[in-house]
Design a protein. Structure first.
Length: 362
């Protein structure tokens, strides 16, 4: 008997890389090695590729399949292609997927439009409210990277807890192989925040308090942002940038790892997160974080009492000042050791077991 087919919703391969897409990009090439079923990847508009096809690595990023056109493709075209393949299961790794396919495992990374809708665009809010409830209720299983979002999904949509599985991400190159032998010698003359294009991550909070931090410590604040984003509301960083703030547009992974590694700490005053990939990436290269109690922050913190903070301005100013004064050497090493225990191979193996079980089921 030939192996059953598992299909992958490959729309993410055409999209700008963020944490959500990174999850998919990292698991996909590792999935076939753990899967008994045959893996086929469906890419808009009608390409069907094997998991080891070199063409997967050459798919161009485009705005065509973002937004309404992409959702139309998922809801109307993708189900037909899944049927034509005779696929016994479909994996949609980036929060969206076809409602019509019931042998389906969507990975829902967060439910921000339902709990913090003011931080997403109106179109994104409407689409999420329209598509997410039937998607998660009709799917065979729902996966999510964090235990917090699992709880949100069960409570918000009244799902059977046995149908919602937590599959945490791993940390990959270059973050998991960044040298750690210089932790005590790193200059650490600035703090870093990733994703400042997104008001949900609360960059305005840091911009407001940074003049005080800079006066007390001399530290700079480095902010990274994406120049093309369709789902989040974007602050005007240029007009409100105080002295000592440096902007980085669209950094590569290597540049981002370097920014993390030489920072005193990652600052993460977010209002809401599904997981918070920068927390894992920064700690893997030996840089601890200060964060609000969102996503996986509490799980990843070596010292939650020190690292998890309320959104109170003076507390953040004083905590950054304390780290600058006392150093982060021990905290940095312990953070890296914990982060590097999380692997993409483990995430792919968990995903494969779920998909194989679904593909073999009646």
């Amino acid at each position: 008997m030939s192996a059953p087919v598992v299909a992958v919703n490959g729309r993410f391969l055409t999209m700008t890389l963020t944490g959500v897409q990174r999850y998919a990009h990292e698991i996909l090439p590792r999935l076939a090695a753990s899967l008994d079923a045959r893996l086929r990847v469906i890419v808009p508009p009608r390409r069907v590729l094997d998991a080891d096809d070199p063409a997967l690595g050459a798919i161009a990023t485009t705005s065509t399949w973002h937004g309404v056109h992409g959702h139309y493709w998922e809801q109307v075209v993708l189900p037909r292609l899944v049927r034509e393949l005779g696929a016994r299961a479909l994996w949609s790794p980036c929060s969206w997927g076809p409602i019509a396919v019931r042998r389906h495992v969507p990975v829902v990374h967060d439910i921000a439009p339902f709990v913090h809708g003011g931080h997403v665009t109106p179109m994104y809010w409407v689409l999420a409210r329209l598509l997410t409830p039937p998607l998660v209720r009709r799917a065979a299983f729902v996966a999510t990277p964090s235990s917090g979002v699992r709880t949100d999904l069960v409570e918000q949509f009244r799902l059977d807890p046995d149908r919602v599985r937590t599959i945490p991400p791993g940390v990959g190159a270059p973050f998991d192989s960044w040298p750690l032998d210089d932790l005590e010698r790193r200059p650490r003359r600035y703090c870093v925040m990733v994703g400042a294009h997104d008001t949900r991550k609360n960059p305005g909070f840091l911009l407001d308090l940074w003049p005080d931090v800079r006066k007390r410590t001399g530290l700079e604040l480095h902010l990274t942002y994406r120049s093309f984003v369709t789902t989040r509301r974007q602050p005007d960083l240029g007009s409100s940038k105080p002295d000592g703030v440096v902007l980085h547009a669209d950094p590569t992974d290597e540049k981002l790892a370097d920014l993390y590694a030489n920072a005193l700490c990652l600052l993460w005053p977010s209002h809401y997160e599904g997981y918070g990939f920068p927390l894992l990436e920064a700690t893997a290269v030996g840089t601890p974080f200060l964060a609000t109690d969102v996503g996986a922050a509490r799980e990843l913190a070596v010292n939650p009492e020190l690292q998890i903070l309320p959104l109170e301005r003076q507390i953040w100013v004083e905590r950054v000042e304390a780290l600058a004064r006392d150093g982060v050497g021990r905290l940095a090493r312990q953070s890296a050791e914990r982060a590097r225990t999380q692997t993409w191979e483990a995430a792919a193996a968990q995903t494969a077991r779920l998909l194989d079980d679904l593909a073999r089921s009646d």
